[in-house]
Design a binder for this molecule. Structure first.
Ligand code: TPP
Ligand code: MG
Length: 229
């Protein structure tokens, strides 16, 4: 286990132990550490990272502080956003990091940020993380189309744990995600590193889908009914 993955796993286990003291909803990424680990390896400080409700690993991958994140979740003034945002919706402008509780809520914003980078000739890229359920939002496909049409420097990363709360992907989606993305002319890559490399060196959009398994409840300590089908 790499140092980063070990640190992230311990961080999430620490939150899991505190889960009854935490008031805002908290979505842990236990079992899904491979995506943050890859982002940690290949993102540059100037890159933008747009995340989801399951964002702790992404934030630490971008260089976020564990203590400021815990304080944010505890609602303390010393939190990333002074304790006002909680686990899901915080931003760290200095790190170019934004997260949201709204499924798919930042996909259009991330795509707009990539348009801004492109218009001013910036060298950085944008990475937009989504869960598998976020690909069911219309804005995902509108953004994929827009990014392909305008050749925007953005890597879309889908963390596919096959679940949207308690509903399995087989009950939600008619076809696999990657071939549909490819149909828009967006390069589908086999890894996050390749997708980031492609966006950085071609200036055009890319996509990577990572299969992962959530080893905890969807949120907080909610009963986990995933296997009762
Ligand atoms: C627009 C919107 N619809 C519904 C919800 C309720 N909700 C919160 S998380 C979630 C499932 C998201 O699944 P996915 O995007 O696959 O991410 P995962 O939780 O599996 O990491 C849903 C439906 C929401 N937050 N926002
Ligand atoms: Mg999911």
């Amino acid at each position: 286990m790499s140092d980063f993955v070990g640190r992230l796993r311990n961080f999430e286990l620490r939150l899991q132990r505190m889960i009854h003291e935490l008031h805002p909803p908290v979505h842990l990424c236990l079992g899904q550490e491979s995506v943050p680990a890859a982002l940690h390896r290949c993102l540059e400080p100037d890159d933008w990272l747009f995340s989801t409700h399951r964002n702790h690993g992404h934030y630490l991958a971008k260089g976020g502080s564990e203590e400021r994140l815990v304080d944010e979740i505890l609602g303390l003034e010393t939190g990333v956003n002074g304790g006002f945002s909680g686990s899901q919706c915080f931003s760290d402008e200095a790190l170019r990091f934004h997260a949201t509780a709204v499924v798919g809520g930042l996909i259009g914003v991330a795509t707009g940020a990539a348009l801004a980078v492109s218009l001013r000739g910036g060298k950085e890229i944008v990475v937009c993380c989504v869960g598998d359920a976020a690909t069911e939002q219309g804005v995902f496909w509108e953004s994929i189309n827009f990014a392909a049409l305008h050749r925007l420097p953005i890597a879309y990363v889908c963390e596919n744990n096959e679940w949207s709360v308690h509903t399995h992907i087989s009950e939600r989606q008619a076809r696999p995600i990657a071939p549909r993305v490819s149909a828009f002319g967006v390069r589908v890559c086999g890894s996050i590193e390749d997708a980031v490399y492609a966006a950085r060196h071609t200036g055009a959009p890319s996509f990577a889908e990572v299969r992962c398994e959530r080893l905890c409840a969807h949120v907080r300590d909610m009963d986990d009914l995933r296997h009762v089908r």
